[in-house]
Ligand binder design. Structure first.
Ligand SMILES: NC(=O)c1ccc[n+]([C@@H]2O[C@H](COP(=O)([O-])OP(=O)(O)OC[C@H]3O[C@@H](n4cnc5c(N)ncnc54)[C@H](OP(=O)(O)O)[C@@H]3O)[C@@H](O)[C@H]2O)c1
Length: 408
């Protein structure tokens, strides 16, 4: 249930907490917010390492709360913001306290990775409107977050462009896929920077090449995930979580132009699609304004200049991460959490140049094979599985190094 009264913040506006404000999603969110001073009040902003950028954002937005990781950085930031009236919080519970602040009505989850899990969980438990870009918490614990939202009255809205597109193509009120006559969800995928690269060249791929996405400008972790197609695998699981779909109801199609953001196929043969330029401000504006449509500041889609829309099957032999994610979705229980943790460790090692690009799926596969699938029915159980899988993944990364599979 949506709690209308709770969705009006200071001066009748939505009170926003933008988590990961210094990142790609955070910056795009604030660009949309800047177009609508009558609708949104920025109450809280968070960052992790880019403290100077956070300071600059606070001077622009004058939020009541800024959250950062390290206490020393927080003290320095607090001194520099003394005139702005911004309180600076840090420490393990600071993000959770910020999202629960009564002035916050809407939380934009733009932190990258499992690091966003506890704050997303706190926002859902507090019954806020929660806009999810941060897909990893949904992959790890989406079934529990949906149940928690039913109890708390939180409203979950997808910011990820594919899931936002699916959300737009589903009937309002979402009574359930079967009752809505949905046969399948079709997620589109650009194919990433190595769509046409032979697998034999993957050993030499550098972080710079992997992060150079042909269509989207994103943070480094999601850029690498897009290059391995793990991003689409995580999105497959995210779709199962958000729309309560079975894995076999979710397919992936490569669509290099990234103009169709995803599709929903109905039992009568109708296929509904959402189109737009590849710009995250569109799904962000959709979710921020929902159910109203608001200006996003995005260039209009010019179909004539796009010219053609191409589609092809994903090549799971060259991109095994997609198959690993599908298998984890089917296995259920702790498998998606283990997959996500192993991927985060492997991607971090690749970005640190201690693991070759081609070994990312090898590490994930070995960790999935090592960890038994168990039921995970609490936040604590999820965090424990995440911790164990990370330990196993770190060992797998070292083992790959011992085999001498260096490349970059
Ligand atoms: N970018 C996109 O177009 C896009 C599209 C769909 C979904 N997503 C999803 O949205 C999320 C964010 O992606 P992004 O591309 O915006 O990433 P990004 O540019 O790397 O930004 C990540 C943000 O999270 C903060 N952060 C990093 N580690 C943290 C930690 N341990 N604790 C708290 N905060 C931390 C960063 O702070 P500092 O910068 O201060 O270090 C930064 O503000 C990801 O889950 C991604 O899959 C992104």
């Amino acid at each position: 249930m949506k709690r209308e009264a709770d969705q009006v913040g200071p001066e009748g506006r939505q009170g926003l907490a933008v988590l990961g404000a210094t990142g790609s999603i955070g910056v795009s969110t604030l660009k949309v917010v800047a177009l609508h001073p009558d609708r949104f009040e920025v109450v809280a902003l968070s960052a992790y390492q880019r403290i100077e950028e956070l300071g600059a954002l606070c001077r622009t937005w004058r939020p009541a709360i800024a959250v950062t990781h390290a206490p020393e950085a927080a003290e320095a930031l607090a001194r520099s913001l003394a005139a702005e009236g911004t309180e600076v919080w840090s420490g393990p519970e600071a993000l959770e306290r910020a999202v629960c602040d009564p002035r916050v009505t809407t939380v934009v989850c733009g932190i990258v990775g499992a690091a966003g899990l506890k704050s997303a969980w706190a926002a859902v438990a507090a019954g806020k409107r929660v806009l999810f870009a941060n897909k990893e918490p949904l992959v790890m614990s989406g079934h529990l977050l949906l149940a928690l939202a039913r109890e708390s009255g939180a409203e979950l809205l997808p910011l990820d462009s594919e899931h936002n597109a699916v959300f737009q193509c589903l009937p309002p009120g979402r009574p359930g896929l079967v009752q809505s006559g949905v046969r399948r969800i079709l997620l589109t995928c650009s194919g990433g920077p190595f769509r046409n690269t032979p697998a034999s060249e993957f050993a030499r791929v550098t972080p710079e090449q992997a992060c150079a996405h042909p269509r989207w400008s994103m943070g480094r972790k999601i850029s690498v995930d897009s290059a391995t197609l793990m991003n689409k695998g995580l999105e497959l699981i995210e779709a199962c979580r958000l729309f309560e779909a079975r894995p076999e109801q979710v397919d992936v199609v490569i669509h290099p132009q990234s103009v169709i953001h995803s599709l929903v196929e109905y039992v009568d043969g109708s296929v509904l699609a959402q189109l737009g330029n590849p710009d995250m401000r569109t799904p962000i504006a959709h979710a921020l304004g929902f159910p109203d449509r608001i200006e996003a500041g995005v260039a209009r889609l010019d179909l004539a200049s796009v010219g053609r829309l191409d589609f092809e099957e994903p090549d799971e032999a060259r991109f095994p991460c997609l198959g690993l994610a599908r298998a984890a979705a089917i296995a259920g229980g702790s498998a998606p959490t283990v997959l996500n943790a192993a991927n985060e460790v492997a991607v971090e090692a690749f970005l640190a140049r201690t693991l070759p690009f081609a070994a990312i799926p090898t590490v994930i596969e070995s960790v999935l094979a090592m960890r038994p699938v168990v039921a995970v029915e609490s936040l604590e159980a999820i965090l424990e599985e995440d911790r164990r899988a990370r330990d196993a993944a770190r060992e797998a990364v070292i083992a790959q190094g011992a085999k001498g599979v260096w490349a970059c």
